[in-house]
Ligand binder design. Structure first.
Ligand SMILES: Nc1ncnc2c1ncn2[C@@H]1O[C@H](COP(=O)(O)OP(=O)(O)O)[C@@H](O)[C@H]1O
Ligand SMILES: O=P(O)(O)OC[C@H]1O[C@](O)(COP(=O)(O)O)[C@@H](O)[C@@H]1O
Ligand SMILES: [Mg+2]
Length: 490
């Protein structure tokens, strides 16, 4: 119903598609959206550093900011606000009329007067989000660039609030529920919680009174493959889908071009599209939105960020990540038991994380059983006096066993690069887990120390499971907020 094409919860992701973002200007489409880097580097516009500053990672310097200007801070904030501005239906249709929200007002009102004191009347109920509500992005005030983990804009580490829009129901909406045909599509790799979000989107749409809700099968491919028919969705269909992992609708990588997708949306009469996916999916969603604008279609495109790797810039935690970390405990524990029970046992566990080691790091911390955790953010040596293998030797000598957790994107400099890409254009990584296993075996053979090396790769087991309770709640909130409900009259 909302006129905004991205909900507040999703808005953070939208920013990553900003064409001004230098990291987003790659030769291939899928490299356009930066995944969360090892440090939270602001978009390139804000992050251009001199050579000297590159050496000094304690603060981020904005070349274009004149810090001697007493107004640099409000200017920076204005610029930031503009970058985070949500595209709105009124950008194209300034006179688009609004209607009062249909968000279950009746359901809040008690049938009898018994609880009259407990329930505010509709007039007094302030359950809506004001369009000017904002959420503070960063909560730590670093007083100095030398404070641990400091991320500063200027050399004095001035406190600069950065605000993003708040998601939630609006008092006025732009889409009449009876005129809405909503579609949901899930793209990219699987992630625990996809079904929870689908379920909540459907349920919330129904609460608004939307009757026409469909699922697009197998990601964007479902828009072009004539053999794949859309799936009618209702509360009845989705009621228990969150009890299983995967995606009710199916997922895929690759697929049709943007104009084909929008043609298909027009043909089907879809005027509200909910995309559940990661960086690639959102690049697609952004392109779909732009194409709809170009064609002057009254269509809302809403993205819900999905990444098991938890690697979307500005998102603290994405759904499915918690579950993945929890599920990884089983693999780590097995590796530990194997290593511990063997003479000179070494367990190696590879966990997902293309360009970030969040799953590996969190799973290692949670387990308390990992001796070495290797992540893409931190380069390391395999051989040599400070290498991983030498440290393993030390661990075997001192502890008798060792367990290593390695993120799939770690140590890519050690494995053969094939330049292969998947259907979406993502680089196919070399297998660091297998390489580490082979090198470890070789090393211990060479030095004449027996070692019993066991390797576990639980990748798809972690991805295919259902969301845990904490992720379930996150998915519910995201699913509800995705149906933002129109903004106030402007
Ligand atoms: N730059 C892009 N423009 C349009 N569509 C894209 C772009 N990058 C990826 N896609 C599409 O988005 C979908 C999901 O992308 P993928 O990278 O596989 O997963 P994820 O969204 O999880 O990162 C695929 O169908 C892919 O073709
Ligand atoms: O085998 P697939 O389907 O290509 O998936 C492997 C990739 O999927 C992920 O789990 C998630 O990737 P996306 O966020 O792009 O879906 C990566 O960690 C992993 O490299
Ligand atoms: Mg991706």
């Amino acid at each position: 119903m909302d006129a905004l094409s991205h909900s507040g919860a999703i808005m953070k992701v939208k920013l990553l598609h900003d064409p001004n973002n230098k990291r987003s200007r790659g030769p291939r489409p899928t490299t356009r959206i930066p995944i969360r880097p090892r440090r939270r580097i602001p978009p390139a516009k804000f992050a251009v550093k001199s050579d000297a500053q590159k050496q000094d990672h304690r603060y981020y310097h904005h070349q274009e900011i004149d810090f001697s200007d007493p107004n640099w801070k409000p200017k920076f904030q204005r610029d930031f606000e503009n970058r985070f501005r949500l595209p709105h239906l009124t950008d194209i249709f300034p006179d688009a009329p609004t209607i009062p929200s249909t968000f279950c007002l009746k359901m809040r009102t008690p049938v009898t007067g018994d609880f009259a004191d407990w329930y505010p009347s509709d007039e007094k109920w302030h359950g809506y989000i004001n369009n000017s509500d904002r959420v503070l992005l960063k909560v730590i005030h670093y007083s100095s660039p030398t404070s641990a983990g400091a991320e500063c804009i200027d050399p004095d580490c001035t406190w600069v609030e950065q605000w993003v829009h708040r998601a939630g129901p609006r008092e006025e909406i732009y889409f009449k529920p009876e005129e809405v045909k909503a579609a949901i599509v899930t793209c990219g790799g699987l992630c625990p919680g996809l079904n929870d979000v689908i379920r909540q989107v459907v349920i919330t749409l129904e609460i608004y009174g939307v009757k026409k809700i469909v699922g697009i099968p197998f990601g964007y491919r479902g828009f072009s493959d004539n053999e794949l028919t859309e799936m009618p969705l209702s509360r009845k269909v989705v009621q228990n889908v969150h009890l299983s992992g995967g995606s009710l609708l199916g997922v895929s990588r690759g697929g049709p071009g943007i104009s084909e997708i929008v043609d298909s949306m027009e043909e089907r009469g879809i005027n509200m599209l909910f995309v559940l996916g990661g960086n690639g999916t959102h690049a697609g969603a952004n392109a779909i939105h732009n194409e709809c604008r170009k064609r002057r279609l009254k269509v809302a495109v809403v993205g819900v960020p999905k990444t098991i790797d938890n690697d979307i810039l500005l998102m603290d935690k994405t759904f499915g990540f918690d579950t993945a970390v929890e599920e990884a405990q089983r693999a780590i524990n097995s590796a530990y038991i194997e290593a511990h029970s063997a003479y000179h046992g070494i367990g190696i566990v590879k966990l997902m994380g293309r360009s970030s080691g969040f799953i590996a790091m969190h799973a290692s911390l949670a387990s308390g059983q990992i001796d070495i955790c290797l992540i893409p953010e931190v380069p390391f040596h395999l051989h040599g006096p400070h290498g991983v293998l030498r440290h393993l030797k030390y661990l075997i000598e001192t502890k008798g066993s060792a367990v290593v957790c390695v993120a799939e994107g770690a140590g890519q400099n050690f494995v053969e690069q094939t330049n292969a890409r998947d259907a979406s254009g993502n680089t196919v990584l070399g297998d660091i887990g297998v390489h580490l296993q082979q090198e470890t075996k070789k090393y211990f053979k060479e030095i004449g120390v027996p070692a019993d090396v066991k390797y576990i790769d639980p990748t798809y087991m972690i991805r295919a499971c259902r969301a845990n309770a904490s992720d379930g709640i996150l998915c519910t909130v995201l699913g509800q907020n995705a149906i933002l409900c129109g903004s106030t009259k402007h």
